[in-house]
Design a protein around this ligand. Sequence first.
Ligand code: GDP
Ligand code: MG
Length: 194
Amino acid sequence: YYRCSWSSDSSDSVISSESGNTYYRVVLIGEHGVGKSTLASIFAEVPDSLDSEMLSENTYERTLMVDGESATLILLDMWENKSQDNWMYDHCMQVGDAYLIVYSITDRASFEKASELRIQLRRARQTEDIPIILVGNKSDLVRCREVSISEGRACAVVFDCKFIETSAAVQHNVKELFEGIVRQVRLRRDSKEK
Ligand code: GDP
Ligand code: MG
């Protein structure tokens, strides 16, 4: 089933260890200031994780139990480092098994940027059906909201990805976000096995 298979370029990127644990590389992308690094630091510190490690600056590893099965996420927060660097941009676009496209619900420009990034990602990984979650962060800032939930949801429908609103500040839906991305990768893995 072509659309749900990984391209040959990335077929070796989902590594299964002997214990049956699986590693997924998840890349955070989005406008500056939307909360990517704050989400990453929560991910790195959640106390009930089986195992947590900071591999290097901007790279975090954590093993989660999701639906009775463990999965290790390697979270990459290096999007800010790309600046004028084409290599880093290409690297971010190619290296992910899954993506979190983050915007701030208080910043419409970051929402528009998210759409742009979705298009760029589709272009960079044309033949692949990559798991993506559109993340509307800063949901605690209700009085500064510029992007409604329904707009976020509608955008995710158009872009054929999942959607969640989070607050890294009050840690709302952050655990659900990371569990969600594990489930999205598994859905594709399972349909690939058929
Ligand atoms: P990045 O540039 O995308 O990595 O964004 P940062 O994680 O550095 O966050 C930018 C600013 O937004 C910081 O001052 C954070 O404390 C703040 N911030 C991040 N997430 C939230 C959130 O969910 N709610 C609120 N109120 N502030 C947040
Ligand atoms: Mg950052």
